[in-house]
Design a protein around this ligand. Structure first.
Ligand code: SF4
Ligand code: SF4
Length: 354
Protein backbone atom coordinates (compact mmCIF):
# COMPACT_ATOMS: atom_id res chain seq x y z
CA UNK A 1 0.00 0.00 0.00
CA UNK A 2 1.24 3.44 -0.95
CA UNK A 3 1.58 5.15 2.40
CA UNK A 4 2.35 8.70 1.32
CA UNK A 5 0.60 11.45 3.17
CA UNK A 6 -0.73 14.82 2.18
CA UNK A 7 -1.04 17.88 4.38
CA UNK A 8 -4.16 19.96 3.76
CA UNK A 9 -4.31 23.37 5.37
CA UNK A 10 -7.68 24.31 6.86
CA UNK A 11 -7.85 27.19 4.38
CA UNK A 12 -7.64 24.62 1.57
CA UNK A 13 -10.19 22.19 3.00
CA UNK A 14 -13.13 23.49 0.97
CA UNK A 15 -11.00 23.29 -2.18
CA UNK A 16 -10.07 19.69 -1.36
CA UNK A 17 -13.71 18.71 -0.79
CA UNK A 18 -14.86 20.56 -3.90
CA UNK A 19 -12.47 18.35 -5.89
CA UNK A 20 -14.41 15.28 -4.67
CA UNK A 21 -17.87 16.53 -5.67
CA UNK A 22 -17.77 15.45 -9.35
CA UNK A 23 -16.78 11.90 -8.40
CA UNK A 24 -18.89 11.21 -5.30
CA UNK A 25 -22.09 12.05 -3.48
CA UNK A 26 -20.24 13.70 -0.58
CA UNK A 27 -21.64 13.90 2.97
CA UNK A 28 -19.93 15.74 5.83
CA UNK A 29 -20.87 17.19 9.23
CA UNK A 30 -22.52 20.53 8.56
CA UNK A 31 -24.48 23.00 10.68
CA UNK A 32 -24.20 24.09 14.30
CA UNK A 33 -24.92 22.65 17.76
CA UNK A 34 -27.89 20.28 17.93
CA UNK A 35 -28.43 20.76 14.19
CA UNK A 36 -25.00 19.40 13.30
CA UNK A 37 -25.68 16.51 10.92
CA UNK A 38 -24.11 14.56 8.07
CA UNK A 39 -25.43 16.59 5.15
CA UNK A 40 -25.23 16.13 1.40
CA UNK A 41 -22.74 18.66 0.10
CA UNK A 42 -22.80 20.77 -3.01
CA UNK A 43 -20.98 23.95 -3.90
CA UNK A 44 -23.43 26.07 -1.85
CA UNK A 45 -22.97 23.98 1.34
CA UNK A 46 -19.17 23.87 1.46
CA UNK A 47 -19.10 26.79 3.90
CA UNK A 48 -21.37 24.94 6.35
CA UNK A 49 -18.90 22.10 6.99
CA UNK A 50 -18.19 21.89 10.71
CA UNK A 51 -15.57 19.44 11.96
CA UNK A 52 -15.50 20.68 15.55
CA UNK A 53 -18.16 18.30 16.89
CA UNK A 54 -19.77 14.99 16.03
CA UNK A 55 -23.37 14.81 14.73
CA UNK A 56 -25.90 13.40 17.19
CA UNK A 57 -27.17 11.00 14.51
CA UNK A 58 -24.17 8.88 13.55
CA UNK A 59 -23.07 8.22 9.95
CA UNK A 60 -24.70 4.77 10.05
CA UNK A 61 -27.78 6.48 8.58
CA UNK A 62 -25.94 6.75 5.25
CA UNK A 63 -25.46 2.98 5.08
CA UNK A 64 -28.61 1.95 6.92
CA UNK A 65 -31.16 4.75 6.41
CA UNK A 66 -33.72 5.69 9.08
CA UNK A 67 -36.40 4.72 6.59
CA UNK A 68 -36.10 3.25 3.11
CA UNK A 69 -38.41 1.82 0.51
CA UNK A 70 -37.55 -1.81 -0.28
CA UNK A 71 -39.82 -1.92 -3.31
CA UNK A 72 -43.08 -0.51 -4.63
CA UNK A 73 -45.86 -2.52 -6.23
CA UNK A 74 -48.36 -1.43 -8.82
CA UNK A 75 -51.62 -2.88 -7.40
CA UNK A 76 -53.14 -3.31 -10.85
CA UNK A 77 -50.31 -5.01 -12.72
CA UNK A 78 -48.39 -6.41 -9.76
CA UNK A 79 -45.18 -4.98 -11.26
CA UNK A 80 -42.51 -4.30 -8.65
CA UNK A 81 -39.98 -1.46 -8.74
CA UNK A 82 -36.86 -1.66 -6.60
CA UNK A 83 -35.21 1.71 -5.79
CA UNK A 84 -31.68 2.27 -7.03
CA UNK A 85 -28.87 2.47 -4.47
CA UNK A 86 -26.64 5.51 -5.00
CA UNK A 87 -23.23 4.80 -6.44
CA UNK A 88 -20.00 6.41 -5.25
CA UNK A 89 -20.86 7.93 -1.92
CA UNK A 90 -18.15 9.48 0.24
CA UNK A 91 -18.59 10.17 3.95
CA UNK A 92 -16.20 12.82 5.22
CA UNK A 93 -15.34 13.35 8.88
CA UNK A 94 -16.30 9.99 10.42
CA UNK A 95 -14.99 9.68 13.99
CA UNK A 96 -12.99 6.55 14.91
CA UNK A 97 -15.73 5.26 17.26
CA UNK A 98 -18.35 5.63 14.52
CA UNK A 99 -16.10 3.70 12.15
CA UNK A 100 -15.99 0.87 14.70
CA UNK A 101 -19.76 1.17 14.82
CA UNK A 102 -19.82 0.57 11.07
CA UNK A 103 -17.63 -2.50 11.62
CA UNK A 104 -20.31 -3.76 14.04
CA UNK A 105 -22.95 -3.19 11.35
CA UNK A 106 -20.75 -5.04 8.83
CA UNK A 107 -20.80 -8.07 11.14
CA UNK A 108 -24.57 -7.92 11.66
CA UNK A 109 -25.48 -7.27 8.01
CA UNK A 110 -22.79 -9.17 6.11
CA UNK A 111 -21.64 -12.12 8.21
CA UNK A 112 -22.86 -15.48 9.48
CA UNK A 113 -24.40 -16.49 6.17
CA UNK A 114 -26.82 -13.58 5.99
CA UNK A 115 -26.15 -10.67 3.62
CA UNK A 116 -28.41 -7.63 3.65
CA UNK A 117 -28.24 -6.66 -0.02
CA UNK A 118 -29.09 -2.96 0.43
CA UNK A 119 -26.48 -2.54 3.15
CA UNK A 120 -23.90 -4.54 1.14
CA UNK A 121 -24.38 -2.34 -1.95
CA UNK A 122 -24.13 0.90 0.01
CA UNK A 123 -21.07 -0.33 1.90
CA UNK A 124 -19.32 -1.33 -1.31
CA UNK A 125 -20.14 2.02 -2.94
CA UNK A 126 -18.98 4.10 0.01
CA UNK A 127 -15.59 5.65 0.68
CA UNK A 128 -14.92 6.79 4.24
CA UNK A 129 -12.64 9.65 5.25
CA UNK A 130 -12.21 9.47 9.02
CA UNK A 131 -11.23 12.29 11.35
CA UNK A 132 -9.04 11.46 14.35
CA UNK A 133 -10.32 12.83 17.66
CA UNK A 134 -7.52 15.15 18.74
CA UNK A 135 -10.30 16.60 20.90
CA UNK A 136 -13.19 14.43 22.10
CA UNK A 137 -16.44 15.62 20.53
CA UNK A 138 -18.52 14.70 23.62
CA UNK A 139 -17.72 15.05 27.32
CA UNK A 140 -19.24 11.57 27.67
CA UNK A 141 -16.89 9.81 25.19
CA UNK A 142 -15.32 6.61 26.56
CA UNK A 143 -14.01 4.88 23.41
CA UNK A 144 -10.73 3.81 25.00
CA UNK A 145 -12.65 2.00 27.75
CA UNK A 146 -14.20 -0.06 24.96
CA UNK A 147 -10.89 -0.89 23.25
CA UNK A 148 -10.98 1.97 20.75
CA UNK A 149 -8.32 4.50 19.84
CA UNK A 150 -9.45 8.09 19.26
CA UNK A 151 -6.44 8.71 17.03
CA UNK A 152 -6.65 5.66 14.76
CA UNK A 153 -9.22 4.29 12.32
CA UNK A 154 -7.71 1.23 10.65
CA UNK A 155 -10.76 0.48 8.54
CA UNK A 156 -11.06 4.00 7.11
CA UNK A 157 -10.03 4.64 3.52
CA UNK A 158 -8.39 7.93 4.49
CA UNK A 159 -7.54 9.15 7.98
CA UNK A 160 -7.29 12.88 8.65
CA UNK A 161 -5.46 14.09 11.73
CA UNK A 162 -5.27 17.70 12.80
CA UNK A 163 -1.68 18.87 13.06
CA UNK A 164 -0.24 20.08 16.36
CA UNK A 165 -0.35 23.67 15.17
CA UNK A 166 -4.08 23.19 14.52
CA UNK A 167 -4.01 24.90 11.12
CA UNK A 168 -3.96 21.80 8.88
CA UNK A 169 -4.81 18.11 8.58
CA UNK A 170 -2.53 15.25 7.65
CA UNK A 171 -4.28 12.77 5.35
CA UNK A 172 -3.09 9.14 5.42
CA UNK A 173 -4.33 6.92 2.58
CA UNK A 174 -5.05 3.45 3.94
CA UNK A 175 -6.92 1.49 1.25
CA UNK A 176 -7.30 1.34 -2.57
CA UNK A 177 -10.47 3.46 -2.22
CA UNK A 178 -8.39 5.97 -0.27
CA UNK A 179 -5.84 6.08 -3.07
CA UNK A 180 -8.63 7.04 -5.48
CA UNK A 181 -9.19 10.10 -3.30
CA UNK A 182 -5.46 10.78 -3.34
CA UNK A 183 -5.45 10.73 -7.14
CA UNK A 184 -8.11 13.48 -7.16
CA UNK A 185 -6.14 15.56 -4.68
CA UNK A 186 -2.88 14.96 -6.56
CA UNK A 187 -4.42 16.26 -9.78
CA UNK A 188 -5.78 19.26 -7.89
CA UNK A 189 -2.28 20.09 -6.66
CA UNK A 190 -1.02 19.90 -10.24
CA UNK A 191 -3.82 22.11 -11.56
CA UNK A 192 -3.76 24.81 -8.92
CA UNK A 193 -0.80 26.33 -7.14
CA UNK A 194 -2.75 27.15 -3.98
CA UNK A 195 -4.30 23.70 -3.64
CA UNK A 196 -3.50 21.24 -0.78
CA UNK A 197 0.17 21.30 0.10
CA UNK A 198 1.80 17.99 -0.72
CA UNK A 199 4.09 16.25 1.71
CA UNK A 200 5.81 13.37 0.01
CA UNK A 201 6.44 11.68 3.34
CA UNK A 202 6.99 7.94 3.18
CA UNK A 203 5.65 7.20 6.65
CA UNK A 204 1.99 6.86 7.48
CA UNK A 205 0.69 9.65 9.68
CA UNK A 206 -0.02 7.37 12.61
CA UNK A 207 3.29 5.56 13.22
CA UNK A 208 4.25 5.38 16.88
CA UNK A 209 6.92 8.07 16.78
CA UNK A 210 4.79 10.63 15.01
CA UNK A 211 1.49 9.86 16.73
CA UNK A 212 -0.06 13.18 17.73
CA UNK A 213 -1.25 13.63 21.27
CA UNK A 214 -4.83 14.56 22.07
CA UNK A 215 -4.58 18.25 22.72
CA UNK A 216 -8.07 19.20 23.83
CA UNK A 217 -10.80 17.65 25.95
CA UNK A 218 -9.92 14.03 26.59
CA UNK A 219 -11.60 11.73 29.03
CA UNK A 220 -12.04 8.67 26.88
CA UNK A 221 -10.94 6.12 29.49
CA UNK A 222 -13.73 6.74 31.97
CA UNK A 223 -14.42 3.20 33.09
CA UNK A 224 -12.55 -0.10 33.25
CA UNK A 225 -14.31 -2.88 31.38
CA UNK A 226 -13.46 -6.29 32.86
CA UNK A 227 -12.51 -8.95 30.29
CA UNK A 228 -15.19 -11.25 31.65
CA UNK A 229 -17.94 -8.61 31.52
CA UNK A 230 -20.17 -10.72 29.21
CA UNK A 231 -20.03 -13.69 31.57
CA UNK A 232 -20.62 -11.47 34.61
CA UNK A 233 -23.66 -9.80 33.11
CA UNK A 234 -25.14 -13.09 31.85
CA UNK A 235 -24.69 -14.60 35.32
CA UNK A 236 -26.59 -11.60 36.72
CA UNK A 237 -29.60 -12.13 34.44
CA UNK A 238 -31.99 -12.42 37.41
CA UNK A 239 -30.33 -9.76 39.53
CA UNK A 240 -32.88 -7.31 41.02
CA UNK A 241 -30.48 -4.46 40.15
CA UNK A 242 -31.83 -4.43 36.55
CA UNK A 243 -35.14 -3.13 37.92
CA UNK A 244 -33.33 -0.38 39.82
CA UNK A 245 -31.32 0.58 36.71
CA UNK A 246 -34.48 0.79 34.59
CA UNK A 247 -36.61 2.84 37.02
CA UNK A 248 -35.98 6.22 35.36
CA UNK A 249 -36.20 4.98 31.74
CA UNK A 250 -38.97 6.64 29.74
CA UNK A 251 -38.89 4.11 26.89
CA UNK A 252 -38.36 6.95 24.42
CA UNK A 253 -35.81 5.12 22.26
CA UNK A 254 -33.41 8.04 22.02
CA UNK A 255 -30.53 5.79 23.08
CA UNK A 256 -31.04 3.52 20.06
CA UNK A 257 -31.58 6.26 17.51
CA UNK A 258 -28.33 8.03 18.39
CA UNK A 259 -26.32 4.81 18.70
CA UNK A 260 -23.82 4.03 15.90
CA UNK A 261 -24.18 0.29 16.50
CA UNK A 262 -27.95 -0.24 16.90
CA UNK A 263 -29.35 -1.93 13.81
CA UNK A 264 -32.86 -3.19 14.64
CA UNK A 265 -35.48 -2.41 12.04
CA UNK A 266 -39.15 -2.98 11.34
CA UNK A 267 -40.73 -3.74 7.96
CA UNK A 268 -44.15 -2.35 7.13
CA UNK A 269 -46.33 -1.53 4.19
CA UNK A 270 -48.05 1.63 3.04
CA UNK A 271 -50.95 1.06 0.68
CA UNK A 272 -52.11 3.82 -1.63
CA UNK A 273 -54.51 3.68 -4.58
CA UNK A 274 -51.71 3.82 -7.12
CA UNK A 275 -48.82 2.29 -5.27
CA UNK A 276 -48.02 -0.08 -2.45
CA UNK A 277 -44.69 0.55 -0.74
CA UNK A 278 -42.90 -1.99 1.41
CA UNK A 279 -40.41 -0.11 3.56
CA UNK A 280 -38.19 -0.61 6.52
CA UNK A 281 -37.35 1.84 9.27
CA UNK A 282 -35.27 1.88 12.42
CA UNK A 283 -36.85 0.20 15.43
CA UNK A 284 -35.82 0.13 19.07
CA UNK A 285 -35.82 -2.64 21.67
CA UNK A 286 -36.74 -0.10 24.37
CA UNK A 287 -40.22 0.31 22.88
CA UNK A 288 -42.96 -1.59 24.73
CA UNK A 289 -44.32 -3.28 21.58
CA UNK A 290 -40.94 -4.15 20.08
CA UNK A 291 -41.05 -7.79 21.18
CA UNK A 292 -44.83 -8.24 21.33
CA UNK A 293 -45.82 -11.30 19.32
CA UNK A 294 -48.75 -11.88 17.00
CA UNK A 295 -50.84 -13.56 19.72
CA UNK A 296 -50.25 -10.62 22.08
CA UNK A 297 -47.66 -12.27 24.33
CA UNK A 298 -44.71 -10.03 25.17
CA UNK A 299 -41.60 -11.75 26.56
CA UNK A 300 -40.27 -8.35 27.68
CA UNK A 301 -43.35 -6.90 29.33
CA UNK A 302 -41.72 -4.22 31.50
CA UNK A 303 -38.89 -1.77 31.09
CA UNK A 304 -36.71 -3.92 33.36
CA UNK A 305 -36.63 -6.72 30.75
CA UNK A 306 -36.23 -4.25 27.91
CA UNK A 307 -33.33 -2.37 29.47
CA UNK A 308 -31.65 -5.64 30.49
CA UNK A 309 -31.96 -6.87 26.92
CA UNK A 310 -30.47 -3.67 25.52
CA UNK A 311 -27.45 -3.79 27.77
CA UNK A 312 -26.96 -7.55 27.42
CA UNK A 313 -27.11 -7.26 23.63
CA UNK A 314 -24.53 -4.45 23.72
CA UNK A 315 -22.19 -6.01 26.26
CA UNK A 316 -22.68 -9.78 26.08
CA UNK A 317 -24.86 -11.35 23.34
CA UNK A 318 -23.17 -9.65 20.37
CA UNK A 319 -19.78 -10.53 21.77
CA UNK A 320 -20.83 -14.16 22.03
CA UNK A 321 -21.96 -14.25 18.36
CA UNK A 322 -19.43 -11.98 16.65
CA UNK A 323 -16.52 -11.65 19.09
CA UNK A 324 -16.90 -7.90 19.53
CA UNK A 325 -18.71 -5.58 21.90
CA UNK A 326 -21.72 -3.75 20.47
CA UNK A 327 -20.79 -0.52 22.23
CA UNK A 328 -17.94 1.61 20.92
CA UNK A 329 -18.08 4.19 23.71
CA UNK A 330 -19.24 7.13 21.62
CA UNK A 331 -21.09 8.48 24.67
CA UNK A 332 -24.12 9.72 22.72
CA UNK A 333 -26.70 7.69 24.66
CA UNK A 334 -25.34 9.13 27.92
CA UNK A 335 -25.35 12.68 26.60
CA UNK A 336 -28.85 12.44 25.11
CA UNK A 337 -30.87 10.22 27.48
CA UNK A 338 -33.57 12.44 29.02
CA UNK A 339 -33.51 10.28 32.15
CA UNK A 340 -29.70 10.39 32.55
CA UNK A 341 -29.17 6.64 32.20
CA UNK A 342 -25.51 5.82 31.76
CA UNK A 343 -24.16 2.61 30.22
CA UNK A 344 -20.82 3.11 31.97
CA UNK A 345 -22.65 2.54 35.30
CA UNK A 346 -23.69 -0.89 34.02
CA UNK A 347 -20.12 -1.64 32.94
CA UNK A 348 -18.85 -0.49 36.34
CA UNK A 349 -21.46 -2.60 38.17
CA UNK A 350 -20.48 -5.51 35.93
CA UNK A 351 -23.24 -7.71 37.22
CA UNK A 352 -21.82 -7.60 40.75
CA UNK A 353 -19.52 -10.38 41.98
CA UNK A 354 -19.68 -13.66 40.05
S1 SF4 B 1 -32.83 7.30 26.03
FE1 SF4 B 1 -32.92 6.91 28.23
S2 SF4 B 1 -35.07 7.14 28.77
FE2 SF4 B 1 -35.00 6.93 26.53
S3 SF4 B 1 -35.28 4.67 26.21
FE3 SF4 B 1 -33.07 5.07 26.26
S4 SF4 B 1 -32.48 4.67 28.41
FE4 SF4 B 1 -34.74 4.94 28.37
S1 SF4 C 1 -24.44 2.15 23.58
FE1 SF4 C 1 -24.25 4.38 23.87
S2 SF4 C 1 -22.06 4.76 24.18
FE2 SF4 C 1 -22.29 2.70 23.31
S3 SF4 C 1 -22.04 2.97 21.10
FE3 SF4 C 1 -24.27 3.08 21.54
S4 SF4 C 1 -24.71 5.26 21.87
FE4 SF4 C 1 -22.47 5.01 21.96
Amino acid sequence: MDNKTITITKDDLATAIRALLPAYNVYAPAGEGERLAFAALDESRLGAINLTGSPVIPPKELLFPRSESLYTLDPETGAATVPEIAESTLIFGVRPCDLRGIENLDAAFLEKGYVDSNYAKRRENTTIIALACVTSPYETCFCESMGGDPLAAKGADVLLTETKAGDAFTAAFQTPKGLQVKLLWDSLAMDCGSAPAMTEGSKPAMTEGSKPAMTGQHNTLRVTKPDDLPQRLMAAFDDPHWAVLSEACLGCGTCSYVCPTCYCFDIDRESGAKEITEYRCWDCCMFSDYSRMAGGHNPRPTKKERLRNRYLHKLAYFDERYGMTLCVGCGRCIAKCPASLDITEVIEWGGGAL
